[in-house]
Design a binder for this molecule. Structure first.
Ligand SMILES: Cc1ncc(C[n+]2csc(CCOP(=O)(O)OP(=O)(O)O)c2C)c(N)n1
Ligand SMILES: [Mg+2]
Length: 660
């Protein structure tokens, strides 16, 4: 008996029904409905070789609708990914399995990114498609693949999808192909209860090619993919599907979306689909047809390896370094040279300007560093000579004008990092970190190295007022596990924080930078990257310290002034700079103890809310910062108004000393 494309798709449907039933939870509707799309992709369209799911030139497949995870797990099992055994499918959603509720990158081979928060997949995929073109512009046809996305109705309703679609259309990312699981159903029922967008027109308006096909006609899907591949625009293919295809009473309804079908419904579906195998059993002929599909890209992978072997040795070494993500050896010496000069330069500077200078020296030697801005290039100071801008259809360059699309920008930066070959950075005002937050969180969860330059980091931005003045942002960003929040105090720390961010290969970073000028805090050259320790004693006390003052960024200068005032009153105080609370929290306890010290009074200064600082100053420590929103005025006035001054710090410390 010959195996038909329909049999192949039914194998996905059967595994999805059985796994969800066994787990007593999960989402059968999408895998059953999109099984023909996945079968077309993985048996005919995608370039991949299941023997090496990290082959750099594979086509990327992003399951944006992560709730349909069983679709991906079924395909990985069927195509023969070794770690995806039938036991793993049986253990769907169980502790320690390779088959968690939503797909998780680095946890399951063959999963390109973690998905589940709707909209993130399609937006992140934009970065993958962009990285592919930019890497190809640098290294030629050893980089030559497509980025496919399977997006659900929910993905396309999320706001971030609009930013993503608009950027991709504008840049003419013709290697990006979105297949829409156009089933007209979401959790609350038919889409008509909440949505009436004409998606094809929407994509077309954003510069995409759009067409609609029967999502259960595999030949039609393949033909549409072929047309999409030939297009010079990114492509949207609406695949009209039936959610829960095959389920006798639930197909086409929201009841198929996210719960086990139950014994009777499954029995009915098996009958309707003509599937008679036992649960979790795939008939040999169907399984071998799938296994063949999984290895059909083997020759292409070998040809690619040979092609890379023929690159001239220097290009090849650089290409391989980039894919391995090893930093250029020259980075350390470059940062040290910058720090030597910085220690001798007493002129005040804003850390955003210092950051520009740092980018200016590292960009030429770190070609993988990409910069950009969400329409604040002149304010974020992220564009330097070595980072010319890319433009639509021209991907030679290293700077991206993201437009006013912070969320799409941060998601796409994650995608560039996931793709490989680049260390992406992006930029906006710290205030708008909230607009990036879902992508910041997902980036941290995915262990990607993405560097978010966020300037105008406090009331210190002045006249723009409280809408633009971050107050709670540092605390809220520090609350995200694995996201490193750096807030450097001067030139030297800015260089050190950039270096630490570039060296943190499995963590995203935020660099919180000032708009206003700051004095140079570090006056002597130290080779070690002190900022990478999270906190360090910047200025010791003259004598036995009575007060320890801890501060970050723009408040370090205030701490140093307070130290002087206290000295004048005969109170020895020391100043600890805290450029990264997260790293200090994670530091070795002995080092923490030493840096926190034994002074009876501890003061924390940060022009932001107190939350998080008690870990250093204790709940009886004095905190000088913000308790509410800021105001519109010149920044010096604001610091006075909110009492974030050296005078106030000194007075508060002395008043407390009198009590003990
Ligand atoms: C940002 C976000 N909001 C809400 C959810 C919860 N959720 C999961 S799937 C879904 C919508 C289901 O509709 P659709 O995307 O069309 O998927 P289908 O039911 O067709 O599989 C929702 C609201 C989510 N995962 N992410
Ligand atoms: Mg739907």
């Amino acid at each position: 008996m010959t195996v038909t494309p329909n049999d192949m798709a039914n194998a996905i449907r059967a595994l999805a029904m059985d796994a969800v039933e066994q787990a007593k939870s999960g989402h059968p509707g999408l895998p059953m409905g999109a099984a023909d799309i996945a079968t077309t992709l993985f048996t005919k369209a995608l370039k991949y070789d299941i023997a090496d799911t990290s082959w750099p030139d594979r086509d990327r497949f992003v399951l944006s609708a992560g709730h349909g995870s069983m679709l991906l797990y079924a395909v990985l099992y069927l195509t023969g990914e070794k770690s995806m055994t039938i036991e793993e499918i049986r253990n769907f959603r169980q502790m320690g399995s390779k088959t968690p509720g939503h797909p998780e990158v680095h946890h399951t081979a063959g999963v390109e990114m973690t998905t589940g928060p709707l909209g993130q997949g399609i937006a992140t995929a934009v970065g993958m498609a962009l990285a592919e073109r930019m890497l190809a512009a640098e290294f030629g046809d050893v980089v030559d693949h497509n980025t496919f996305v399977l997006a659900s109705d929910g993905d396309l309703m999320e706001g971030v999808s609009q930013e993503a679609i608009a950027i991709a259309g504008h840049l003419r990312l013709s290697r990006m192909i979105v297949l829409h699981d156009d089933n007209g159903i979401s959790i609350d029922g038919p889409l008509s209860v909440a949505d009436s967008v004409d998606q094809s027109k929407r994509f077309e308006a954003c510069g995409w090619r759009a067409e609609t096909v029967d999502g259960h006609d595999q030949a039609a899907i393949l033909a549409a993919i072929d047309r999409a591949r030939a297009s010079d625009k990114p492509s949207y293919i609406a695949c009209k599907t039936t959610i829960g295809f095959g389920a006798p009473t639930r197909a086409g309804t929201s009841k198929a979306h996210g719960e086990p079908l139950g014994k009777d419904e499954i029995a009915g579906a098996r009958k309707a689909l003509g599937w008679s195998a036992e649960p979790f059993v795939i008939p040999d002929d169907i399984l071998s047809a799938w296994r063949w599909a999984g290895s059909r890209g083997n020759a292409a992978r070998e040809a690619w390896t040979a092609k890379v072997g023929k690159l001239d040795p220097a290009t090849r070494a650089e290409f391989e370094r980039r894919l391995k993500r090893t930093l250029p050896a020259a980075l350390g010496a470059t940062i040290e040279a910058y720090k030597r000069k910085a220690a001798e330069d007493a002129s005040p500077i804003a850390t955003r300007k210092a950051s520009e200078a740092v980018i200016g020296v590292i960009a030429p030697i770190v070609p993988e560093l990409i910069t950009g801005s969400a329409d604040l290039t002149g304010s974020n100071n992220t564009k330097v000579e070595a980072t010319p801008a890319i433009s639509p259809g021209n991907f030679k360059g290293r700077f991206i004008h993201w437009g006013i699309r912070e969320h799409g920008m941060a998601a796409a930066a994650n995608g560039m990092a996931l793709h490989g070959g680049f260390s992406p950075s992006d930029a906006t005002f710290l205030q708008f970190a909230d607009y990036c937050r879902p992508a910041l969180r997902l980036g941290a969860l995915m262990d990607v190295q993405t560097i978010h330059v966020m300037t105008h980091d406090s009331i210190g931005l002045g006249e723009d007022g409280p809408t633009h003045q971050p107050v709670e942002h540092l605390a809220s960003l520090r609350a995200i596990p694995n996201l490193l929040v750096f807030r450097p105090a001067d030139r030297t720390e800015t260089a050190e924080c950039w270096q630490a961010a570039l060296e943190a290969s499995h963590s995203p970073s935020v660099l919180a930078l000032t708009r206003q000028n700051l004095p140079q805090a570090r006056k002597t050259y130290v080779a070690e990257n002190l900022s990478a320790r999270g906190a360090y004693e910047l200025s010791p006390a003259a004598g036995d310290a009575k007060v320890s003052i801890f501060a970050s960024g723009s408040e370090v200068g205030i701490a140093l002034d307070a130290q002087k005032l206290l000295a004048e009153k005969g109170v020895p105080a020391r100043v600890v700079s805290v450029p990264c609370l997260d790293l200090f929290d994670a530091a070795d306890p002995a080092y923490r103890e030493k840096v926190i010290g034994k002074a009876p009074i501890r003061v924390g200064i940060e022009a932001a809310v107190r939350q998080g600082w008690d870990a250093i100053i204790g709940d009886d420590g004095i905190f000088v910062g913000m308790k509410g929103f800021g105001a519109s005025a010149p920044y010096q006035k604001l610091y006075e108004h909110f009492g974030i001054t050296a005078q106030h710090v000194a007075e508060a410390a002395i008043a407390r000393l009198k009590l003990i």
